[in-house]
Design a protein around this ligand. Structure first.
Ligand SMILES: [Zn+2]
Length: 226
């Protein structure tokens, strides 16, 4: 291994200062450009916004440590990227078809306390990830949830039943959820652990009529408190 080349390459004392200058300069350029984007924060990014951020980041990053990248060329890349961003966001306000094409559209994940099942669905929020998000919003079981919608920015909107309307549902707190089994030993009301469909089951082995899965857990109907 040529450690000197790996760690230093062409780095010399003079270039160290140039890197520092380039970095500060590009940092300021990116900051100004992001302010010009009109976005107030970037907690959630749509795919389209992420593409713009990656373009900016890549251009700015190269300019920080490649000797032969002209700073003004990079500034030009940033200005072009943000102009395209502003143009496209403007076009999206004019055409909702164009907006759907670029940003996708909101998708129902839960409707009436059960998971919405669609064949070949591309939105890939896994069940674990999704239950974790519901727990963060204080959901204990799906019977509390009237609807959950995956928004285009990737965040989850949750609509609850009023306490008096809470139904039985699939528990999603780990201790309760992990008691699932494919063999029912005691008759009772159970929820399918994949789609949340309720079924009154007798001892034995049962398949969910809705999603064909065969593991169940006792349904609960606790109210939301606070
Ligand atoms: Zn099911």
């Amino acid at each position: 291994m040529d450690w000197k080349r790996i760690f230093l390459s062409e780095l010399d004392g003079h270039f160290v200062f140039e890197i520092a200058f380039r970095t500060v300069f590009m940092f300021i350029v990116v900051l100004v450009i992001l302010r010009l984007s009109g976005k107030r924060g970037v907690r959630q990014l749509s795919i389209f916004e992420l593409a713009i951020i990656l373009t900016l980041g890549s251009a700015a990053g190269d300019a920080m440590f490649y000797k032969d990248v002209a700073l003004l060329a990079t500034v030009l890349v940033c200005i072009t990227a943000i102009s395209v961003y502003r143009l496209i966001t403007w076009l999206m306000t004019k055409s909702s078809r164009f907006e759907k094409l670029l940003e996708g559209h909101p998708v129902y994940i839960i409707e009436d306390s059960v998971m919405v099942i669609k064949e070949g669905r591309k939105d890939s929020l896994s069940k674990d990830e999704f239950f974790a998000e519901l727990r963060e919003k204080g959901v204990e079981h799906l019977g509390q949830v009237r609807a959950a919608i995956l928004e285009t920015e990737g965040n989850l909107s949750v609509f609850f039943y009023a306490d008096e309307d809470v139904k039985y549902g699939l528990p999603i707190l780990p201790h309760a959820y992990n008691k699932y089994s494919d063999t029912i030993t005691e008759a009772g009301l159970y929820a399918c652990i994949i789609c949340g469909t309720l079924n009154r089951l007798t001892p034995g082995h049962h398949q969910c009529k809705r999603c064909q899965h065969d593991e169940w857990v006792s349904a609960i109907n606790t109210k939301r408190v606070g």
